[in-house]
Design a protein around this ligand. Structure first.
Ligand SMILES: [Zn+2]
Length: 309
């Protein structure tokens, strides 16, 4: 049997998505379930099995040669386990072994969701054609992944490129991870909104106090909203500059909900990068918005399975 497809799973705190993906990155069959994130380990696995079951019922299933999983982290690719922060029932859950069993013995590749997004952007998106890339997901948290020398580099644990927990403020606020002054504590969506509120920004009549609402206010000229995005951009720039200085990067691709702020984020980000990425070999470093959108997780899980084959 010709096995030219990959079964991809994208596992997050709100939904579990699956697809059969072909060699061009097209999603031929899709399935999705809400994540029963407040329930026990077996209930969550039950939802994964239902998604897989739907894919396996497709006449195309016989062409699936492997399974790629992108999961909310942290993941432990070496052990084949996941412990997603927002799925408390799964701690060191043996996801690879369980999916291997459900999927009839196919080989299974596991990476973190930031690495999956990076694989997607490198395969078909904004990092295509760049051999040395850092891709970031700036959302409820801040994750990422690395392509070095033209190859996806998830590291032995599957978490390499997790830029959200680089410290950019040595004596900064404590981070839930245990360190201080992490990029995520300054640049994530909830922290952009929190800082704006603390400095006197007030949501509009509908009470929307999200980072997206702060972006709308910033575009309308609200100085507190602008300053909160500038601070987030500064933290991202410092983290990107540190990574680029170490790894000699060509491009940083920024996606996730916060990147939807557009120039409100990207203009100060490009300005701040000039302050932090100063060495001559970093002059070629460009910043681009991610382009793969909602399917990045699934396309990236497939790309990771192919890249790590
Ligand atoms: Zn941290």
């Amino acid at each position: 049997m010709h096995t030219d497809l990959v079964a991809a799973l994208d596992i997050g705190g709100t939904k579990i998505a699956g697809a059969l993906v072909d060699g061009d990155g097209s999603l031929l069959v899709r399935a999705q379930r809400p994540t029963p994130a407040r329930e026990g380990a077996e209930a969550v696995m039950g939802a994964v099995d239902e998604v897989l079951g739907e894919l396996m019922a497709s006449p195309l299933w016989g062409r699936a040669g492997s399974v790629g999983i992108g999961s909310a982290g942290p993941v432990d690719a070496a052990a084949g386990t996941v412990s997603p922060v927002n799925v408390p029932g799964w701690r060191d859950f043996p996801l690879v072994e369980r999916v291997h069993k459900t999927a009839g013995g196919l080989s299974v590749a596991l990476v973190g969701d930031g690495v999956a997004m990076t694989a997607a952007e490198h395969w078909l998106g904004a990092a295509r054609g760049y051999d040395n890339a850092l891709c970031l997901v700036v959302s409820t948290g801040v994750g990422g992944g690395l392509v070095l020398g033209g190859t996806l580099r998830p590291g032995p644990s599957g978490n390499a490129g997790h830029i959200g927990h680089i410290s950019v403020d040595l004596d900064g606020d404590p981070c839930p991870c245990g360190a201080r002054g992490c990029v995520e504590g300054i640049a994530s969506g909830p922290n952009i909104a929190r800082r704006a509120l603390e400095n006197g920004w007030r949501p509009g009549p509908y009470g929307d106090a999200t980072a997206a609402a702060v972006a709308v206010a910033a575009r309308a000229g609200d100085p507190v909203a602008i300053a909160s995005y500038e601070r987030a951009a500064q933290a991202l720039a410092a983290g990107i500059a540190a990574t680029a200085t170490l790894a000699d990067l060509d491009i940083a691709v920024v996606g996730g909900g916060v990147a939807g702020a557009g120039d409100v984020l990207f203009a100060p980000l490009r300005r701040s990068l000039r302050d932090y990425a100063t060495l001559s070999y970093l002059r070629r470093l460009t910043v681009a918005p991610a382009v793969m959108g909602n399917d990045a997780g699934l396309v990236g899980a497939a790309a990771a399975a192919i890249a790590l084959r």
